[in-house]
Design a protein around this ligand. Structure first.
Ligand SMILES: Nc1ncnc2c1ncn2[C@@H]1O[C@H](COP(=O)(O)OP(=O)(O)O)[C@@H](O)[C@H]1O
Ligand SMILES: N[C@@H](CCC(=O)OP(=O)(O)O)C(=O)O
Length: 383
């Protein structure tokens, strides 16, 4: 029987009981040494996930590997670097990848459903609800959703590129009890795993446990994000109450059984709105607003909206509704927010009181520059 609960899971030994898990597998765990899809590795993963589903649990699989799978049919010996060829490879590879999953899960009597998402789909309310409904229904029908980024329509500016952060947002979307990130290393190490002296970190209780850890080494040849995007993903998930196990695909059975494999990241916060989660951790900002000392105090200490009067400069080319950074007079980022005006309107507003703006420019120009509901304070990042 699976455990259904609103409180974050605090003990990894309870993982076998949780109802809904998201499992993200990276390209590096599905490929051979030449970077091509290795169907044996895919099957080994499916065997473990199918056993879990067949024992009454739900699994959402976030799988990379479309580009890697498309390399062979396109005659590419290396992973393409330019966006257009990556999109072509993903377009060819995604269908083949899902065909492999369809066959492998069918051997266990299970069906799969393909779900392709863009960053927008995990953030904008209309799309978000749609994706949530579809995923919920698939799970209710006993189907295993297989999620990937919709590579062919994602442009450079808005794409995730890696699936690590997508997996965290999907975990939030489906109210997962836990997330598992599977990669080509068996856990987080104190430094690049190939360096002598680097040691596996068994447990991370919060950002403080990550101080001094070197995650800058390039990832595998086929993967994209490396450990940096994995820790960003972990930060998103754990901050919204979802604990994470990071380990290798070879250890997935042990990880889901709650054994001491890989690295366990405890939940650090509670569920929050997806929009603010996105704003805090994942959105790419379009500009920055420089606050004076009074505005910094109002935003940080008094929970206020940001008014034009407290802003001394605006940089960037943003539209109303875009994410921007709020920085203090020294340039340190203190918050992120959705700005209510476009970049060309802002210069006329700066430093002016709302009554002055209303009298001069008319009603509508007395609104906040960034409303409190559209603002998140920037927490320390774990790297
Ligand atoms: N401190 C660290 N601990 C573990 N792995 C690290 C660390 N720093 C860098 N890495 C690298 O991150 C890589 C995994 O990322 P990536 O290649 O993007 O995998 P995936 O395709 O699974 O997303 C590993 O191969 C490893 O070399
Ligand atoms: N959507 C892309 C994912 C890119 C990728 O390689 O991601 P990852 O292996 O998770 O670092 C694909 O399916 O090829």
């Amino acid at each position: 029987m699976s455990r259904v609960s609103a409180a974050p899971l605090t003990d990894r030994r309870l993982l076998p009981e949780v109802h809904r898990v998201v499992v993200k597998v990276g390209s590096s765990s599905l490929t051979d040494p030449d970077g091509r899809l290795d169907p044996q590795r895919l099957r080994a993963l499916v065997d473990v996930l199918a056993a879990r589903v067949n024992s009454g649990h739900q699994v959402v699989l976030v799988s990379s590997g479309a580009i890697a799978t498309g390399m062979d049919p396109l005659g590419l010996s290396r992973r393409p670097r330019d966006l257009a060829t990556q999109q072509a490879a993903a377009s060819v590879g995604q269908g083949l990848l899902v065909a492999h999953y369809t066959r492998a899960f069918a051997d266990h009597g299970l069906r799969v459903g393909q779900v392709l998402l863009t960053a927008d789909d995990t953030m904008r309310r209309g799309q978000y609800r749609n994706a949530q409904r579809a995923l919920d229904r698939l799970l209710d029908l006993g189907i295993v959703p297989i999620v990937n980024e919709n590579d062919t329509v994602a442009t450079d500016e808005i794409r995730f590129g890696d699936n690590d952060r997508l997996a965290a947002l999907v975990s939030h979307l489906v109210h997962a009890d836990a997330m598992t990130l599977l990669t080509d290393v068996d856990g987080l190490y104190t430094g690049p795993p190939t360096h002598p002296g680097s040691e596996r970190i068994a447990q991370v209780r919060g950002p403080q446990d990550l101080e001094g850890i070197d995650v800058t080494a390039r990832g595998s040849r086929v993967g994209t994000g490396g450990m940096v995007t994995k820790l960003e993903s972990v930060a998103i998930a754990t901050a919204s109450g979802i604990p994470v196990v990071l380990t290798s695909a070879a250890q997935v059975a042990g990880a889901l059984a709650g054994e001491d494999v890989g690295t366990w990241f405890a939940a650090t916060g509670r569920r929050t709105s997806t929009r603010l989660l996105w704003l805090a951790y994942a959105a790419r900002t379009r500009g920055r607003l420089v606050l004076d000392a009074g505005a910094v105090h109002a935003v940080l200490e008094r929970g206020k909206s940001l008014l034009p009067a407290g802003v001394t400069a605006a940089h960037g080319d943003f539209h109303a509704g875009d994410p921007v950074e709020l920085v203090d007079p020294d340039g340190a980022v203190i918050a992120r927010g959705l700005v209510a005006y476009s970049a060309d309107e802002v210069p006329d507003l700066l430093g002016r009181s709302t009554s002055d703006l209303r009298a001069d420019l008319g009603k509508g120009y007395d609104r906040e520059l960034v409303h409190r509901d559209d603002l998140v304070l920037v927490r320390r990042r774990p790297h």
